[in-house]
Design a protein around this ligand. Structure first.
Ligand code: UD1
Ligand code: CA
Length: 477
């Protein structure tokens, strides 16, 4: 039977160094709030372990954090720590919410690079027979900065953690730091927490002191160095947020390449965590792909494109400088350059949408084409229909939005305005320059033109008159 475990996620701190109105753990890295990254790692640890649970300690900024968790982690138990009096005090606030758990894993909401694998290794250190009551994840950093330092005894065994603010110069020189992530045997934790005092530089109850107190009582405490030191990076400032964001995006780029995508000059490409790629997808330089987006096998995203929360099918060509948001692009479609697909756009297979075309809530069926300078909003366009240059669906009358329905195999000439609500039936032809205000039946030809007037020799006479007028004006000056 797996041991039931409680993950306690600390997120009550003020995050003063962010200088922000927003709680620190809701700041985003790689497209997701910091806390979401940690929750994902916690979930992986808790999966398939009956009696386990996630407890989040909220405090400063909880008016924003609690509704966020209700949406993203509705199964989490939220406890409130107010005022925040240190990490030890925060864990104390969570004790009553641990349920049947016999192990407690403590995570900080501001350490988003932690992987599920490392977390499992940390928790596994407590396994039966190990004689270990506490495991702490550590790392060796070139610049240990404001992190707590790991003090070891003469034999190299873990002794205690000292906070940078309380450390002697010799202790500050130690390169091994405390990640702030731990696995505790619950009984050990419950015995040591009441013994904490706030007699330190910050006047706080430090969770880190639990480790030194346990060692003094002969409890086994092990320090486990993270395989990759970047996993333990915490976010305390905007500069650290930028650093962590870059590392997470680098990880996303490596995952894309591992899945078989070619990233051309990956250092210029910005990917949110969780964007997926099929094999042989190609992403050109300076592309940004965010949200729950996917790019299918063999598709190419051209230079400078921005793709957000969109599904790009297989063998799609998106030429450079397109903006695609909350849209679906079918297999074999060709888009751009310079196209803008807005929310609710749904392009079927082999659709062509060309330069300076804007679509919104537009459904284009298989093989439909709109290649130049067009606005298609609140409309559906049938299979193989050709929409000419400069066609506009007039979907807004100043008060409400209206739908335009264009059937299959229709030819819409250039510079046509379709004044919605209006329907053009299958196989119809709409002549260039028409303003369509009435439904066009299937197979019909619709035009709306002022008859053309041609005056023989009129062009020459016009030029003569204008030339004479100009000369007269010059003579007066
Ligand atoms: C803490 C550790 C330090 C470690 C570092 C790693 C302590 C005393 N120090 O320092 O050894 O190197 O993390 O990043 O634990 N929090 C609460 N309630 C509080 C205080 C903090 O919930 O009263 C939460 C914060 O929201 C944050 C986490 O605990 O998610 C860590 O707090 P923070 O103030 O950032 O601790 P550090 O000074 O970074
Ligand atoms: Ca911190």
């Amino acid at each position: 039977m797996p041991v039931p475990v409680a993950v306690v996620l600390l997120a009550a701190g003020r995050g003063v160094r962010m200088r922000s109105a927003r709680p620190k753990v809701l700041h985003e890295a790689a497209g997701k709030p910091l806390v979401d990254h940690v929750v994902a790692a916690a979930r992986a640890l808790l999966a398939g372990r009956p009696g386990s649970r996630l407890v989040v300690v909220a405090g400063a900024g909880r008016e924003e954090l609690i509704p966020h968790l209700a949406r993203t982690a509705p199964d989490a138990v939220v406890v409130v720590q107010d005022p925040p009096r240190g990490t030890g005090d925060a864990v104390r606030a969570a004790l009553a919410a641990l349920g049947d758990a016999t192990r407690v894993v403590v995570l900080a909401g501001d350490v988003p690079l932690l992987t599920a694998g490392t977390l499992a290794r940390l928790e596994g250190a407590l396994d039966a027979g190990s004689g270990t009551g506490i495991a702490v994840l550590t790392a060796h950093l070139a610049d240990a900065g404001s992190y707590g330092r790991v003090v070891r005894d003469g034999e190299g065994r873990f002794a205690r953690i000292v906070e940078a603010k309380d450390a002697s110069p010799a202790e500050r020189a130690i390169g091994e730091i405390n990640s702030g992530l731990y696995a505790f045997d619950r009984a050990v934790l419950e015995r040591q927490l009441p013994r904490l005092t706030d007699e330190n530089a910050q006047g706080e109850f430090y969770l880190t002191d639990v480790l030194g107190l346990a060692v003094e009582e002969g409890i086994g405490v092990v320090a486990i160095p993270a395989g990759d030191a970047s996993e333990v990076l915490g976010v305390n400032s905007r500069a650290e947020l930028a650093e962590v964001d870059a590392l997470l995006r680098r990880r996303a780029a490596l995952a894309a390449m591992a899945a078989g995508a070619t990233l051309v000059r990956p250092e210029t490409i910005t990917l949110d965590e969780g964007v997926t790629f099929g094999p042989d997808a190609v992403v050109e330089p300076f592309v940004t792909i965010t949200g729950a987006s996917s790019v299918g096998a063999g598709s190419r995203i051209g230079q400078g494109c921005v793709v957000a929360s969109s599904t790009i099918g297989a063998n799609v060509v998106v030429r450079p400088y397109c903006v695609i948001e909350r849209a679906v692009v079918g297999d074999g479609a060709v888009v751009g350059p310079f196209a803008r697909l807005r929310e609710g756009t749904d392009l079927g297979p082999e659709v062509h949408v060309g330069n300076f075309v804007e679509t919104k809530k537009a459904r284009l069926a298989k093989g439909a084409k709109a290649n130049h300078l067009t606005y298609l909003g609140d409309c559906s366009v049938g299979e193989r229909t050709n929409v000419g240059a400069g066609v506009i669906t007039c979907n807004y009358d100043g008060f409400g939005k209206h739908h335009t329905e264009i059937g299959a195999g229709v030819f819409v000439g250039s510079d046509v305005q379709l004044v919605a609500p209006v329907t053009v039936g299958d196989g119809a032809v709409v002549g260039a320059g028409a303003t369509i205000t009435k439904d066009v039946p299937a197979g019909a030809l619709a035009t709306s033109r002022v008859p053309q007037k041609t005056i023989e020799g009129g062009g020459a006479r016009y030029r003569e008159r204008k030339t004479a007028e100009k000369a007269a004006r010059a003579a007066v000056k």
